[in-house]
Each structure stands twice: as C-alpha cells, then as structure tokens.
Design a protein around this ligand. Structure first.
Ligand SMILES: Nc1ncnc2c1ncn2[C@@H]1O[C@H](COP(=O)(O)OP(=O)(O)O)[C@@H](O)[C@H]1O
Ligand SMILES: [Mg+2]
Length: 275
C-alpha cells in the first residue's frame, strides 16, 4: 500500500511518561518518544521485554496520560479512551461474569447504537470468524487462555473502530490458530471498505513482517530504529516467506532484535545455524 501521501492518524510527539509508583527511580518508562502512524497504516512495535511497548499502547488508548509531550489522534490532543479506538490487551481482559457472546456484545455496544438483534448477529459473526462458533454461551473460565484471547480479538474486530490497538494479541494462541488469525486479520484489513489504522505489539519477527507496513524497534524507552516492510498489499504468506527479499529483511530485523551485529556470540552462531 502506498501510504506516503496519506495524513497522520496518530502522532506521538516527544512523549515522556513515568508510572507514579516509580517516582524517584531511575529512567522514565518512556523518554521523548516520537512517531507518527499514517491513516490506513499497520505499524508494529517490537523490542525486548520491559522496553515500553505496552505503556506506549496504553497512552494511545487513553488509559495513561503523557507527563510531557502530546498524543494526537486526527490532529487533536487526546487523554482519554474514545469510540474511534479499540484495544486488545496483552492479558485478555474479559468480564468473567459474562458469557462469551455478551463479552463481545458489550464491546459493540460501546461504539454502536445498533439494535439488540443486530448486535447479537454481529457478535456471533465475529465469534465464528475467530473459530469460536459453539462457545457463545460459555463463560471465560470454561475456555483455555488461547480461546479467551480469541474472544478478545472477536470483540475488538466486531467494534470495527478506525484504530486498532493490539498488544501481543496472538501471544497466547497455539501455532496453528495463530497462523489462521494472522491471515484473518490481514484479509479483514485488506478487504475492509474503511481504512483501519493499526498499532500492533509483537515479539514475533515473522508476524511483524507479514502484517506490518512499518516496524518500529523500541529500545530503552524510545524508538531506536524504523524499518519499512518491502511488501505490497494484498499479501500472500506463501509468496512472501519464500522470497529472497524476505530472508534478507528478516535477517536485518533478527540482528536488530537480538543485538548480534558486530559481536557474534556462540549462541548467535548456534541460532543462525538453526534458523
Ligand atoms: N503499572 C506499572 N507500574 C509501574 N511500573 C510499570 C507498570 N507497568 C509497567 N511498568 C514498568 O514499565 C516498564 C515498561 O513496561 P511495559 O510497557 O509493560 O514493557 P513491554 O510491554 O515492552 O514489555 C517496565 O520496566 C515495567 O516494569
Ligand atoms: Mg508488554
């Protein structure tokens, strides 16, 4: 997708943030963080554990507020959650007292005035899409972690918001279903009449390449590197992963992620041999 001529949907402008509980401790959780996400763009945040990915997403969701700098959506500074944004949290956040269908319907109701029947149908349609047909009447505790996460994903997708904020949404899902859900997300975004803007956290390099237009590599509370993913849409997993360009790009990202460039450890050599 050529998005270079498209306006910014999200602007993170010189944002610093510290959790109150860490007052007086060393560095802030985010330090002078700046990046833009263009309308219709899919941006992934990757980086080691604790570098601030989830914190960044919480600011975009309006769940935390920057101490310094601004988060702007459609050019307007934002401090609170809004109907234009849907979130999937890293740790599935379902209401334990609500059945699966109700959990999804609740999300839809936050953003839509549709009638009861339409909301129910939509919830069922999205639950079917994520492979949960037949589980609509169960409670979250009756589902595996991966299935609960699929309910969260169905809830997010069914809200059909302009902006999707996804924090390691497929992390708890088994390998087979992960592939299915990655392909589903890609297809939904590519076929959607309305352009969606996505900020996606992952530490799966292949997932980041397959889905993203741009990958932001975070390190030490800021963006250390930005990589444009060199594949057009619509994307085909088979075509992409078997291309030489993919191998080259993947290696670049791998080196960045594991910081193996320059100094090649025994582990790095071992891993390079395996992959
Ligand atoms: N609620 C919180 N209170 C205090 N510190 C937190 C809180 N949540 C996260 N942190 C700290 O903020 C830093 C960034 O965390 P996080 O954004 O969750 O990282 P990531 O998602 O990249 O693994 C970590 O050092 C983490 O321990
Ligand atoms: Mg996190």
């Amino acid at each position: 997708m050529n998005v270079s001529s498209v306006k910014s949907k999200i602007e993170v402008d010189d944002v610093s943030f510290r959790y109150p509980a860490t007052e007086g401790a060393g560095k802030s959780q985010l330090e002078h963080l700046s990046f833009d996400v263009r309308e219709g763009e899919f941006v992934s945040l990757i980086g080691g554990s604790g570098c601030g990915k989830s914190t960044t997403l919480s600011l975009l969701a309006g769940l935390n507020r920057a101490d310094q700098g601004q988060v702007r959506i459609d050019g307007l500074e934002t401090h609170a959650p809004g109907k234009n944004r849907g979130v999937v949290f890293q740790h599935y956040a379902l209401f334990p007292w609500m059945r699966v269908r109700k959990n999804v319907e609740f999300g839809i109701r936050q953003v839509s005035e549709a009638n009861k029947k339409d909301i129910r149908e939509k919830a069922e349609r999205y639950l079917k899409l994520v492979g949960l047909e037949g589980s609509e009447n169960l409670y979250p505790y009756q589902l595996s972690g991966g299935m609960q996460q699929r309910v969260s994903i169905a809830r997010l997708l069914s809200m059909e918001t302009e902006i999707l904020l996804m924090d390691e949404p497929f992390g708890a899902i088994d390998a087979k279903n992960r592939v299915v859900l990655q392909d589903l997300l890609l297809a939904l975004l590519e076929r959607s009449a309305k352009r969606r803007t996505v900020v996606f956290v992952t530490h799966d390099i292949d997932e980041a390449i397959l889905l993203s237009d741009r990958i932001l590599f975070m390190k030490d509370a800021r963006i250390a590197e930005t990589l444009e993913v060199p594949f057009e849409h619509p994307r085909n997993r088979e075509e992409i992963v078997t291309s030489r360009q993919y191998q080259e790009f993947r290696r670049r990202l791998f080196n960045l992620f594991y910081d193996f460039e320059g100094e090649e450890s025994e582990i790095a050599k071992g891993i390079e041999y395996i992959i």
